[in-house]
Write a protein that binds this ligand. Structure first.
Ligand code: AHM
Ligand code: MG
Length: 327
């Protein structure tokens, strides 16, 4: 039965990676192994997310499970799962995570640096709404076997060798790029495997969906206010889940723009350059879309600290350009 399902579904992630080995930079097999490690950890996290609704019944964070261990919150748990998978794999020398103040030193012989938001939109967990994992992969700059340097850690988005996200939604999807277009995989739960669902995805050049938290409209700049008004005049559709991966993914498929601008509260917006914006900017560009801070290409921004924030305009090319023209 499982092989019958597998046949009718098509190419599994592992096979797809093998078939496209030449698209993984340096072709040493390590980068493709790294992607498999991420996929495996995401399946474990996916299983835990699916059980999250039962926590009210079985005991939540702060309470103890039946072996006496403290139950951990899902974002902390996801951080542990991804860190462990990447540490075991051995390909990663340093890990930057939303969940950690400083970077984590892993294998000094690893060639890659990873930036990850293990579980983004975690406030949505309690209300059964989609959440995501976002990751960026960089090649280290310093020689293998030497201690990690700042130049390894603070790399521009344009230096990513791969990036992707996992969307834990009505179905779970893994979307990634290695700089050769964007590929989407959907998780088949009974087989526990990701299958190719869209190859070389193209984002519509223009769209009619805008996604912005308008609750903060009073503190938007005049330019952002003008653009939001423009969207209304055009009778665009407003959609805002409040979960970056889910909002981005919908807009990439249907055509739309996601904006997290500067506000009175957050002068650089809320989103983080290193493990939220860069990965999505890479995927946006690889599918024909655009990502800027309102002026500059996200991927060209020189990072100065691990957790730095940046205003984020991402989505269909023409929509991002229209927004920029009004800023
Ligand atoms: P988080 O990293 O604390 O989960 O915050 C990031 C999330 C994004 O997923 C989402 O797009 C944004 O915060 C929503 O913020 P707001 O509630 O201010 O609109
Ligand atoms: Mg986040």
């Amino acid at each position: 039965e499982s092989s019958r399902i597998a046949q009718s579904i098509g190419i599994a992630l592992d096979r797809f990676i093998k078939n496209n080995q030449d698209e993984f930079a340096y072709a040493s097999g390590e980068l493709s192994q790294l992607l498999r490690d991420i996929a495996l950890a995401s399946k474990v996290v996916n299983r835990e997310i699916n059980k999250a609704g039962l926590i009210d019944i079985m005991g939540g964070a702060g309470s103890q499970n039946n072996t006496g261990d403290d139950q951990q919150k899902l974002d902390v748990l996801a951080n542990i799962r991804f860190t462990r998978a990447l540490a075991k794999g051995g390909e990663v020398c340093a890990l930057i995570s939303e969940e950690e103040e400083s970077f984590t030193d892993l294998n000094n012989n690893g060639k890659y640096v990873i930036a990850i938001d293990p579980l983004d939109g975690s406030s949505n967990i309690d209300v059964n709404v989609s959440i995501g994992t976002i990751f960026s992969v960089y090649r280290r700059k310093s020689p293998i076997g030497t201690p990690i340097t700042e130049a390894d850690i603070l790399q521009k988005g344009s230096e990513q060798v791969a990036a992707g996200y996992i969307l834990y939604g009505s179905s779970t999807m893994l979307v990634y790029t290695t700089g050769h277009g964007v590929n989407c995989f959907t998780h088949e739960p009974s087989l526990g495997e990701y299958f190719l669902s869209k190859e070389r995805l193209i984002m519509p050049e223009d769209g009619r969906i805008y996604s912005i938290n308008e609750g903060s409209a009073n503190s938007f700049s005049e330019g952002v206010k003008k653009y939001v008004q423009y969207c209304k005049d055009q009778k665009y559709t407003a959609r805002y889940i409040g979960s970056l991966v889910a909002d981005f993914h919908r807009n990439m498929l249907k055509g739309g723009i996601y904006i997290y601008p500067s506000t009175a509260k957050d002068s650089n917006g809320k989103l983080r350059l290193m493990y939220e914006c860069n990965a999505l900017a890479f995927i946006a560009e690889q599918s024909g879309g655009k990502a800027t801070d309102g002026k500059n290409r996200i991927l060209d921004i020189e990072p100065t600290s691990l957790h730095q924030r940046v205003p984020f305009y991402v989505g269909s090319k023409e929509m991002v350009e229209k927004a920029e023209s009004l800023l």
